[in-house]
Design a protein around this ligand. Structure first.
Ligand SMILES: [Zn+2]
Length: 484
């Protein structure tokens, strides 16, 4: 990390004498070693212009020299002027932070309860007139931090209140938007066809999954990258799938139950419970929050047929975008209705086929931009909107796009086929990886899978916890950062 930190503050029309009034303030519980005069920071000045303040060419109008070079006392808590924004040089780029943002994200013990970790003031309590004065200090644990003293602070906070943010934290605050989503690395996902997943497919032993956090972290990281993972040597028990899912976290309950069985039965209410061919699909798209992970544990695999196959819908979406921007755009916008309509349950939800993250850094939908795919033909209901000829995208346009996408999804080169043996379990991302099943012959044996779901929040929570515990770091923008 660069230790060349420059703090500049933006002046308001406030008298400099106020600044000197602050000099006798001392911070209670001071844990910091002030390094204002010995630390490896510099104040950037334009060459030969001693009276000019830190070099921020676009922000010079209200800048004023900071009086640091005249001060010798290491006890002096603050040396800059109060300001509405605070500029920090991060990796030698000047970045400006709003004081409201810095104040709102204060994690001192008076702002965030150390035990419950809950916030003790409201954002709406922050006065519009709040101003901050910043300097750099070195913290024993966090390295270089920016320390801010407040004027017009939240009511109830005294003049001794200080907010500190590490340079790493500030850097992360700037980069979370795209490279990281909620602290989980996102930019190293691998979109796969049959050859790629065959080469990179991962198997993990049930015992390792259950008892070693390092193995679990390794497996979940793989699952985050590829969207599919296999377990072997799973005990023959109806509760094994609960044990497997519980290592990630709490199971998602649905009207199918906390766990459910996939075995053929007469007059099945769901096509999954018949021996028929079941095409590529995702589960529960007729709900507002479909399951993220799906687990299928094979308890019986004694029929001819019944092979599972999988297709990476993100890979196909990327291909479709290359093939036809118009088709891609159609699938991002045209609303498709899914439903589950039976006597006791009537679920109904309408969504486009491809959902994107906002991607301000790229005009093209890259790896980072793809958020979810919704594709589940067996559970589709009648179209409800944009069916008339005068709307923006009409049904024939959707039909052409859906047909092109389906060809990519079910192309042999993109299908990964595998027949789960007894004692094996597959876990896959139900918002990305499509699953399907070949027909099987019920007269010649038994086929029985035990299934469960886990929500995305639960999965990402476990991944973040393991990452912080085992690696003590965040991974942002391809660069490893220490946890802050
Ligand atoms: Zn605070």
């Amino acid at each position: 990390m660069s230790l060349n930190i420059t703090i500049t503050t933006r002046l308001t029309a406030r008298c400099a004498s106020q600044h000197f009034r602050a000099r006798n303030l001392t911070c209670k519980r001071r844990r910091f070693f002030s390094s204002v005069f010995s630390g490896p920071w510099t104040v950037k000045r334009r060459a030969g212009r001693e009276d000019e303040s830190p070099a921020l060419p676009t922000l010079t109008r209200e800048y004023h020299p900071t009086p640091i070079s005249h001060e010798k006392s290491v006890h002096r808590p603050v040396y800059a002027y109060p300001a509405k924004t605070i500029a920090v040089s991060i990796d030698e780029n000047p970045r400006t932070f709003d004081t409201v943002f810095l104040r709102d994200s204060c994690t001192c013990p008076t702002c965030v309860d150390p035990d419950s970790r809950q916030k003790l003031f409201q954002t709406s309590d922050i006065p519009q007139e709040i101003e901050g004065k910043a300097r750099t200090v070195q913290d024993e644990k966090r390295g270089w931090v920016v320390e801010v003293e407040w004027q017009n602070d939240v009511p109830g906070y005294g003049p001794e209140h200080r907010t500190t943010h590490s340079i790493d934290w500030l850097r992360r605050a700037l980069t979370t938007e795209v490279e990281l989503r909620g602290g989980v690395r996102y930019d190293d996902r691998v979109f796969w066809d049959r050859d790629t997943i065959t080469k990179n497919n991962k198997w993990i032993d049930y015992a390792d999954w259950m008892s070693h956090d390092t193995a679990l972290f390794d497996a979940l990281t793989h699952l985050n990258r590829y969207g599919i993972l296999f377990l072997k040597n799973v005990p023959e028990s109806e509760t094994s799938v609960v044990s497997i899912a519980s290592r990630i976290g709490t199971l998602k309950d649905t009207f199918y139950g906390r766990t459910w069985d996939v075995r053929s039965k007469p007059k099945a209410e769901n096509i999954a419970y018949t021996p028929r061919f079941l095409g590529l699909h995702m589960d529960l798209l007729y709900t507002s929050n479909p399951p993220y992970l799906q687990l299928l544990h094979s308890l019986r695999a004694r029929t001819p047929g019944g092979e599972s196959f999988f297709s990476d819908a993100f890979h196909a979406a990327q291909k479709l975008d290359k093939q036809s921007k118009a088709h891609f755009r159609t699938l991002c916008t045209y609303p498709v209705t899914y439903h589950y309509h039976h006597a006791e349950h009537h679920y109904h939800y309408t969504r486009p086929t491809i959902e994107l993250h906002p991607h301000p850094k790229n005009s093209e939908p890259t790896n980072l931009a793809l958020h979810r795919v919704n594709w589940s033909p067996p559970f589709q209901g009648p179209f409800e909107v944009r069916i008339a000829g005068d709307s923006q995208v009409v049904l024939p346009t959707y039909l052409a796009a859906a047909n092109a996408y389906e060809k990519l999804l079910s192309n042999e080169e993109n299908l990964f086929e595998y027949k789960l043996n007894e004692g094996e379990c597959v876990i896959f991302d139900n918002r990305r990886v499509l699953h399907a099943r070949r027909a099987f012959d019920v007269t010649k044996g038994e086929r029985w899978l035990k299934g469960a779901y886990v929500d995305d929040d639960v999965f990402f929570s476990r991944l973040r916890v393991l990452q912080e515990r085992l690696e003590g770091r965040w991974v942002a923008d391809g660069v490893v950062r220490p946890v802050v």
